[in-house]
Write a protein that binds this ligand. Structure first.
Ligand code: IPM
Ligand code: MG
Length: 356
């Protein structure tokens, strides 16, 4: 299969995890005789230094022309006080908007054999966790008008949603639930927010088209408690941009660490971007300790998107195998066991793929 892929390393641990993701991409390319052509583009700190812009127009152009984008991470606290639009994170938001990536998919899966660092969680059930978060990604409070009034004494961020925006991701989430365990949980704050009331209205109406899917509506405060208390109760969680951001970091702990979670962002006109959700994690940058599994699993989500299911499955099996054999990074290993570097985990997975 011929595909054009743009790869963006970005900031912090981005380059290290992307190196492993790229390794797996090329390994699959060679093993299955595909014709993946990839080009690199820059964003984040490097782009600010070079072009004074965290997401240069060139990079956006390249991404819009590609069949898929593989993204590392963006963010650097050196730029925290830069003006609106100039911070690295603003670059990522601009790319999401330009590619019109409205549907962000974040699977949360529990595993045997990894060390769950939190002792507040009901550990025996964790390997049975299997749900997926559908987060709206190109609207809401992230993209509403924002600013300051009265010489900076007052700040505001508007949250706005249209029925069409809600319906668009709603359909994706219902379809996913229909193909899975047939339960959809809408997470909102409809007891307080008008946007949430619109979400409920639209999603409840849409539910009539999916009679086999059970719809549950939860307030976000309640949902965040239930995700920890009874995570096996969820199948597909649907939420707006902000709540989805928060809940996905919370839920990642059920997979052992934030470093485990991949994501797919699907846009209009067949645009798509794949990225681990962990962010740039500058404290770990350059130490070869970052968990590459979120990035490697993002590559497998890319293959799923291409319809290459054999390739997708092979990567997933390789990841499971590395976890079962304790070839894992520091963040998920038991404190008394040996841990492996970012590179070593990537190499192990590459070898598994070559041999299977
Ligand atoms: C994520 C990240 C981003 C977000 C940041 C880096 C802007 O936290 O993808 O979850 O808030 O969407
Ligand atoms: Mg986040």
């Amino acid at each position: 299969m011929k595909k054009r892929i743009v790869i963006i390393e970005g900031d912090g641990i981005g380059p290290e995890v992307i190196r492993q993701g790229k390794k797996i991409l090329l390994c699959i390319n060679n093993k299955f005789n595909h014709n993946f052509l990839y080009t690199e583009a820059i964003a984040g700190k490097l782009a600010i230094r070079k072009y004074n812009n965290p997401m240069p127009d060139d990079t956006i152009e390249n991404c819009l022309k590609a069949d898929a984008v593989l993204f590392g991470a963006i963010g650097d606290d050196k730029y925290d006080n830069y003006p609106i639009g100039m911070r690295p994170e603003d670059g990522l938001l601009r790319l999401r908007k330009k590619m019109r990536l409205f549907c962000n998919i974040r699977p949360i899966i529990g595993y045997e054999n990894i060390h769950y660092s939190s002792n507040t969680i009901n550990k025996p059930i964790l390997p049975n966790v299997d749900f997926v978060i559908y987060r709206e990604l190109s609207s809401g409070i992230y993209f509403g008008k924002k600013g300051r009034l009265k010489n900076g004494e007052i700040a505001y961020d508007y949250c706005m949603y249209s029925k069409d925006e809600i319906k668009e991701i709603g359909i994706m989430a219902f379809q996913a639930a229909d193909a899975r365990k047939k339960k959809l949980t809408l997470v909102d704050k409809a007891n307080v927010l008008e946007t949430s009331r619109l979400w409920r209205e639209v999603i409840q109406k849409l539910a009539l088209d999916y009679p086999h899917v059970q719809l549950e509506c939860l307030y976000v405060d309640n949902a965040s408690m239930k995700i920890i208390m009874n995570p096996i109760d969820f199948d597909v969680i649907l939420s707006d941009n902000m709540f989805g951001d928060i809940l996905s970091d919370e839920a990642s702990i059920l997979s052992g660490s934030l470093g485990m979670i991949p994501s797919a962002s699907i846009g209009k006109n067949k645009k798509a971007l794949f990225e681990p959700i962990h962010g740039s994690y500058p404290q770990a940058a350059g130490k070869n300790i970052a968990n590459p599994l979120g990035c490697i699993l993002s590559v497998s989500m890319m293959f799923h998107y291409f319809g290459l299911y054999k390739e997708q499955k092979l990567i997933e099996n390789a990841v499971k195998n590395s976890i079962n054999n304790n070839i894992i990074t520091k963040d998920i290993v038991h404190p008394l066991e040996k841990y492996y570097s970012t590179e070593e985990v990537g190499n192990y997975i590459e070898l598994y793929i070559k041999n299977h």
